[in-house]
Design a binder for this molecule. Sequence first.
Ligand SMILES: [Zn+2]
Length: 312
Amino acid sequence: MVGRPCLAENNDSWPVCELFDSESEANITANHVSLATSPPVEPVHGSLPTAYAKQDTASTADVTTDKCQDKHDIPVGIQYAMDINQYRDYNHLLRVSAYVLRFVRLLKNKEKCKQTLPSATELNNAELLWIAHVQREYYADTITSLRNNTKKYGALSKQLKLFIGEDSLLHTGGRLHNAKLDYYAKHPILLPREHHLTRMIVHDTHVRLKHSGPQSTITALRERYWIPSIRRIVNNELNKCVTCKRVDGRAYCKPLTAPLPRFRVIEVPPFNVTGIDYTGALYVRNPNTSNASKAYVCLISIHLRSDSCCTS
Ligand SMILES: [Zn+2]
């Protein structure tokens, strides 16, 4: 049999995938509910929020960690089940991820699927998993420093007052703690500028705003995400938008004229080139007798000058 060696063993010895653990997924849902219904924990730069500290061992960050490997050294994580670079549409990525998560959950709990389309909670969970993976890939040192409270923050962490929120994601601190705004507007999720997921989110926001301009796209993005050098990223993505290119692109320009052919520019003596054309028969009516008769036309063209394009 070809496959992993663990498949030949008993089911009890198979690796356990903590990514799709039911308890952890319940925590993900609970985090979403708490974000929407309860006031968020105010961030303190350099220290974990109380709520996060209580859920530290069963949070979304743990269920997506790259270090979560079993005794057979099988990598566990949504990034190993799907290749994000094969997706161009953000909603498509979330829907497929939600189906993958549901499929594994049903297998694990031995349940039957009662719904077809992914729910909003499943889509949010899929989004959280991908963002957590991207942040862990780009800001691993910052996350480790914040978790261990080692005070060894990078320049970006100090500048943005980064902290780990209730959803186990990196958020920016800012100065809007007392504003009556949404939690994500006061503390946006940090995204790396160069990642494919960031570009997909930028393009999705641009399309969701009916292909609006850069400033509107940036304003909508900052209601939820913080992307360093966001204006440059947004401009780059908008320049690639085919729909905007069709509307805002420049009109078709007439191509440059080709050089004149040789026979029109070289000097030759008169009558060197002649032409004749013969047409007919045409019916011509005599006005005096009203009788129709045939007529023929003979056209003779003569080349007289060398510097003219029409010399006949
Ligand atoms: Zn567009």
